[in-house]
Ligand binder design. Structure first.
Ligand code: CAA
Ligand code: NAD
Length: 290
């Protein structure tokens, strides 16, 4: 099955990047947001990213115009009726996602592949909610989508082989290296990464080291591109809390998944990290303040 018409639901931190790389791969892309303001914000991000790529000589002005022309913004989910694939990238809340997939199951054509970019929830439950579990996969991209080379392609026991293979090919078309993963908590990367991020928060809570020293230690001691506290703010503290909350509820005896108190406190204070200008760090645009 060839994927040419793609729908992306959610044009936030992840959705805008997925829409962009799908368009860079030559697909026609309908991007659906909850409202016009959020849509405009997402499109501005895409414009900013495309401008950076042109400025660095990684995309010609002509190719950039093509990328933008293949993007079709909308606030109506009904506009996804002709899609071959729909990728969901909305808030990390399983009930909200299930409701969306139930709607997508009714709106999209029968052979449309349905995908979630969830960081942590079971793909199988969303597939069941859609009424088309055979067409359901996970397509887990990484932040920032434009630069990160990996995509995890997740299959459930009910995923049809053809749907999985088409999603895998789509990952390549977006310029990514796909890996196959099973429908387990956190798939491959987040099963390892999220406990590490939560452990960095526990280190701050215990007063073992400052955020800046933890970040310097992991950058210079392990050659990680950014330390864990910086990465937490970069990913979004709200998203990290949603992931950990879901796992703590499902696996109450797993100490690695416990939600640290400071994380809950910062999110309650609306300090989400980069997206709100304040998290563990204060942010100026894309960088934490020195
Ligand atoms: N679009 C296009 N170009 C971009 C861009 C974007 N969105 N963002 C940055 N760039 C460009 C910059 O202009 C810059 O270009 P030059 O090198 O040509 O000057 C280049 O990319 C590097 O950017 P920066 O100088 O701003 O920063 P950097 O060198 O520190 O690299 C980074 C940034 C790639 C994000 C790097 O810090 C990194 O790899 N960090 C770790 C990211 C990571 O771990 N992501 C996974 C998060 S977890 C996840 O995604 C899963 C989940 O479910 C939560
Ligand atoms: P975000 O808050 O930046 O964006 C979510 C967007 O979805 C918002 O713009 C919101 O307006 C929109 N939205 C919410 N409900 C909607 C609906 N019913 N219809 C249309 N649009 C709707 O969040 P994000 O960081 O982009 O995360 C999105 C998903 O990607 C989550 O499942 C998250 O776990 C996952 N993810 C996040 C990261 C990360 O680093 N932030 C990395 C990989 C995967």
């Amino acid at each position: 099955m060839t994927i040419s018409n793609v729908g992306i639901v959610g044009c936030g931190l992840m959705g805008h990047g997925i829409a962009q790389v799908a368009s860079q791969g030559g697909c026609e892309v309908t991007v659906v947001e909850a409202d016009a303001d959020a849509l405009e914000k997402g499109l501005k991000r895409i414009d900013g990213s495309i401008a950076k790529l042109v400025e660095k000589g990684k995309l010609t002005a002509e190719a950039a115009a093509g990328v933008r022309n293949r993007l079709h913004p909308s606030t109506r989910i009904q506009d996804l009726s002709n899609c071959d694939l729909v990728v969901e990238a909305i808030v990390e809340n399983l009930d909200v996602k299930k409701k969306l997939f139930a709607d997508l199951g009714k709106i999209t054509k029968e052979n449309c592949i349905l995908a979630s970019n969830t960081s942590s929830f079971p793909i199988g439950e969303m597939g069941d909610a859609s009424g088309r579990p055979g067409k359901m996969v996970g397509l887990h991209f990484f932040n920032p989508v434009q630069l990160m080379q990996l995509v995890e392609v997740v299959r459930t026991p009910k995923t049809e082989e053809a749907a999985f293979a088409a999603a895998f090919e789509f990952g390549k078309r977006c310029g990514k290296t796909p890996v196959a993963a099973k429908d387990t908590p956190g798939f491959i990367v987040n099963r390892l990464l999220v406990p590490y991020l939560l452990e960095a928060i526990r280190m701050i809570e215990r007063g073992d080291a400052t955020p800046r020293d933890i970040d310097t230690a992991m950058r210079l001691g392990c050659n990680f591109p950014m330390g864990p506290v910086h990465l937490l703010d970069y990913v979004g503290l709200d998203t990290t809390q949603f992931i950990a909350d879901g796992w703590e509820k499902r696996y109450p005896n797993e100490s690695l998944f416990k939600v640290p108190g400071i994380l809950k406190k910062l999110v309650a204070e609306k300090k989400m990290g980069r997206k709100s200008g304040r998290g563990f760090y204060e942010w100026e645009g894309d960088k934490p303040k020195a």
